[in-house]
Design a protein around this ligand. Sequence first.
Ligand code: 2X7
Ligand code: FE2
Length: 294
Amino acid sequence: MSGSIVAGVLAPHPPHLVYAENPPQNEPTAECGWETLRWGYERLRKDLEGIDYDTLVVLSPHWQTYVGTHFLGVPHFKSLSVDPVFPNLFRFHYELDVDVALAQAICSQAGGAGLVTKMMENPDFRVDYGTIVSCHMTRPQWDKPIVGISSCRATSYYSVEVMQKQAAVLAEATRKAVEESGRRVVLIASNSLSHSHFTTESAVPEDMSKEHIMSHGQHMWDMRAIDLLRKGKTQQFVDEMPEFTSQAISETDAGAFTWMLHALGMPEYEAELYGYGTVIGTGNAVMAWYPEGK
Ligand code: 2X7
Ligand code: FE2
């Protein structure tokens, strides 16, 4: 039977969200914090409970590969992930399975379509915190295998326009490989929206009296993005992506969001918004698209 993409999720990865959840895998503990986003993720998880799927396919801005797009290619990873900027918040003992067959299939489809690709087969590789946080917040049971895809930084090398063209090719390769695999998959775009952030942290990181958006301009850009996506104007959002990315210093520069929206077929139906909130000044939305309905 032909496989399908059963959902696409915009799943931001500030490590603060895992910190505030206090899962047993994370060493630091928090009193509270960032509830609107965490409650949003909770509602997302409830909706995903009603959907049958095999694998999570995630593209993360914090796995940065400067020669081509790489794919996790080892069946099992176990290690400690420490956030380089927030080691006080995120020291997470992870253990995860990889759907290597699907990763290989996407890798070779993308390679055949002209992208530079590589399977990452080093068993001692440390999986990046973006992948871990988005997957944990979406599926904290860690009972589904993942496909991990890197960000090849085409925006930094070239431009948002080049990044978008490559992301569209990767999306088509993903869709074809998923269909041929027979898998039912959930795609995850792991990124914040506006991404300019404070450079100092308050004494109590989860002190929500100190949390707010970096600037009014950033808020306006985030609201425009969410409004377009909630109205099903996905193509318009993607067309505006170069301006959005530069004006909101957005983490959409990584290509994850463009990749996912293309793989979903540029939805004309409304996105589900589960929550919006700021983390150390950045703007973050938890959203989902359900091509087959919920
Ligand atoms: O990686 C991140 C992020 N994207 C946003 C906010 C805070 C920390 O880490
Ligand atoms: Fe990030």
